[in-house]
Design a protein around this ligand. Structure first.
Ligand code: PTJ
Length: 270
């Protein structure tokens, strides 16, 4: 299929290019068909937070990076959506935090696993865990495909980053004592609520931010990293993320006439 060209001056260029990346990922078997729907849901929530990385998300990303850098065995879980959107950043974050990449799919097909593995190696990964040729163990009380984990990865990991995760698995990871970090545009999702740190932001903005923070913070003493993690309160973070949406909607409601004018003249994207 030919790639759809997005004009550089299109007011919604970034969003449309991200959508193109997901569509291409689907055509390459990286993204599950359900991943297209998940992306659409993410787009809607991104609109509600103003399509920007809020100070709140920045603070959560800082706590997340502190948790990864101070962990004994951090692991980055990779699914189809995140692999299609930010493969290079995943590899970079994995190197900076010494956290292996583990493929862990909800809609498992070997064809998808192979495509994701190839994409990660093409992005510079030297090792990818969670593939069918590796040993596996199971997370108790989880019936989805994601119950299978790599013993050298999530199986023995203490801090696990699970971007765009489903709620059952987050609960199961918590039940077996893992410290869970997620990136989810929906602050009300089960994953967002059950995780220890939730970055309410788009993975296309969060992963580059996390790599930047990891470069800055990697020499910080462990005590300082622990202090950053301990002072983070996810319940407060999520409540404030919902407030961000409410405030953004209220401001939009007050400004709707001006927005129509801007849209017509193409002065500013909103
Ligand atoms: O590749 P697989 O087989 O492991 O499947 C991956 C998906 C994403 C299909 C699977 O985990 C799934 O069905 O996820 P859910 O339950 O639809 O949850 C996805 C969550 O991620 C939703 O809360 C979305 O709002 C959110 N989301 C979608 N796109 C983004 C996002 N959050 C951050 N950045 C995004 N780009």
């Amino acid at each position: 299929m030919t790639k759809t060209e997005i004009p550089p001056d299109h007011p919604r260029r970034v969003s449309l290019e991200t959508r193109e990346a997901i569509i291409e990922g689907h055509e390459a078997h990286i993204v599950a068909t359900a991943g297209l729907l998940a992306h659409g849901r993410g787009e809607a929530f991104d609109y509600l937070i103003g399509e920007t990385t809020t100070d709140l998300a920045r603070n959560a990303a800082r706590a997340a990076v502190a948790a990864l850098l101070s962990a004994s065995h951090p692991v980055l879980s990779v699914n189809g959506n995140v692999c299609s959107l930010v493969p290079e950043e995943l590899v970079e974050l994995s190197e900076l935090c010494r956290a292996p990449l583990e493929i862990n799919l909800f809609y498992y097909r070997k064809e998808r696993e192979d495509a994701i593995k190839d994409a990660l190696f093409a992005a510079g990964a030297k090792e990818v865990l969670g593939t069918h040729d590796r040993p596996s163990m199971t997370i108790p009380e989880l019936s989805s495909n994601r119950r299978k984990v790599d013993p050298e990865g999530i199986g023995s990991g203490d801090v696990i980053l699970v971007p765009l995760e489903d709620g059952d698995r987050t609960e199961a990871l918590k039940a077996i004592g893992k410290f869970v970090i997620t990136i989810d545009l929906n602050p009300m999702s089960r994953t967002a609520v059950f995780s220890d740190i939730t970055i309410v932001d788009n993975v296309v903005r969060t992963l580059p931010l996390m790599t930047e923070l990891a470069r800055e913070m990697k020499e910080l003493p462990k005590e300082e990293l622990h202090r950053i993690v301990e002072s983070f309160d996810n319940t407060k973070n999520l409540a404030m993320a919902v407030e961000v949406i409410i405030k953004h909607l209220e401001a939009t409601a007050k400004d709707i006439g001006k927005i129509r004018e801007r849209k017509r003249t193409g002065v500013k994207k909103i």
